[in-house]
Ligand binder design. Structure first.
Ligand code: MG
Length: 160
């Protein structure tokens, strides 16, 4: 078995919707970045790559590449997981935390779980998504950023 940790932060600006975990959530702000700026899928991607000992998302999908401008992070996650499975490992489970002051994520967590499971061909009980606020302080609390963290556990295909 192998474990991996992924973290990401994106700045909030402009108007919504907010792309998070592969889902468009109604909100008056959105995250910005070179790709579609999906902070949660980026954390998941890096957790998987890290667990497999592969280069990180920034090396696999450079933000200097025009090909990655506005790119769908679900596609990047799928491609990264393809590389992970080539090493002989697959996901046991993912546990994620999103830190966002607004919007409240409780009504959206189930849909996000389902979407991540769909992207990676997992069952929803292999994916957990938790939501925290910034308690009104710091960049998260002041709604300047959204942060995401993910821990991924992988096992070899042969393990039963
Ligand atoms: Mg990112």
């Amino acid at each position: 078995m192998r474990i991996g940790l992924g973290e990401d932060t994106h700045r909030l600006t402009g108007d919504g919707p907010l792309r998070l975990g592969g889902v468009d959530i109604p909100h008056d702000r959105q995250t910005v970045g070179h790709s579609d700026a999906d902070v949660l899928l980026h954390a998941v991607t890096d957790a998987l790559l890290g667990a497999a000992g592969l280069p990180d998302i920034g090396q696999m999908f450079p933000n200097t590449s025009e090909e990655n401008r506005g790119r769908d992070s679900a596609e990047m996650l799928r491609l990264a997981y393809e590389q992970v499975t080539k090493t002989g490992y697959h996901v046991v489970n993912l546990d994620c935390v999103v830190a966002a002051e607004q919007p409240k994520l409780a009504p959206h967590k189930e849909k996000i779980k389902q979407r991540i499971a769909e992207i990676l061909s997992l069952t929803t009980d292999q994916v957990n998504v938790k939501a925290k606020t910034g308690e009104g302080v710091g960049p998260v609390g002041e709604q300047l950023t959204i942060e995401a963290r993910c821990v991924a556990l992988l096992e070899t295909q042969t393990q039963t």
